[in-house]
Ligand binder design. Sequence first.
Ligand code: NAP
Length: 298
Amino acid sequence: MSDAPRILLIGSDGQVGWELRRTLAPVGQVIAASLAGEHGPAIDLVDAGSVRRVFNEVAPDAVVNAAAYTAVDKAESDPEQAQAINGDALHLIGELAATYRIPVLHYSTDFVFSGQTERPYREDDAPQPLSVYGQTKLDGEQALLASGADALVLRTAWVYGVRGRNFLLTMLNLFRERTELRIVDDQIGTPTWSRMLAEVTALILHRVFTGDLEMERIRGLYHVTSSGATSWFGFAEAIRDLSGNPCALTPIPTSDYPAPARRPAYSVLDTRKFRDTFGLLLPDWRQSLALCLADLKG
Ligand SMILES: NC(=O)c1ccc[n+]([C@@H]2O[C@H](COP(=O)([O-])OP(=O)(O)OC[C@H]3O[C@@H](n4cnc5c(N)ncnc54)[C@H](OP(=O)(O)O)[C@@H]3O)[C@@H](O)[C@H]2O)c1
């Protein structure tokens, strides 16, 4: 085990981080850092000293950052904290990864786009965030890509899974309490299972460690979601039908469900670059949802 590459996983308690602790286990020795420090070193991305200290002590061979300020609406009234975690920390992580000459994998979001388009967004489409969350995530991805580190930024969307705060678990809870729900039908995107993201991350990192993929060649920005697209209403319908729930669902426009942060009306991501580069399949969102629900049923 001592020869196994050391992977510093930051944000190991989040939706994606929790899955990464499992999928990265066969790839290397996972050092699971989190705010609480429950399963490894404590790290606070707001505290540059703690980030430097963890890098120094762990001496990782690669870093995967799954930590983020993800409370999209709260970020509108808490922009400094969102910027510190999603933006400033990535300047530092990039600087440290460049200094240590280690690869760094990071996640960003479809919310870097404004949604004013009718075809899936490509990596070279101009970002134009509508929210503080989107703006701070954009700053973080740009900082990392400009840092000189061998960085992969995986932009994803509409993440759900068996734990954490996400639309799937919210719907399942509401279905237990309510007989009728009104769900936004005019925002289009792609629900993406946290497990699938963690699996493709592990597959890529394994190939990097074995020398099958050269970071200098593949570094950069990639769009990674499930295949297909739907609205929040369509996602809710699928959850209801697959979980065998009788709740009545009514489609409503975004204007009937005001929220502090503006969201893109259309944020489907074109994943061709990712599929072509890594030769991986990205399953249809309904297929992943069915598997995730089967996991929840146990
Ligand atoms: N969720 C989505 O729908 C979605 C969509 C597109 C992209 N993404 C991106 O995907 C990545 C993973 O997201 P996720 O859904 O797994 O998020 P998540 O479940 O909210 O997990 C984020 C983790 O970051 C931790 N964290 C927050 N502030 C921190 C700090 N100052 N220092 C260290 N850790 C801190 C959180 O800890 P606490 O819980 O203790 O605060 C949490 O464990 C993020 O980059 C996110 O921007 C997510």
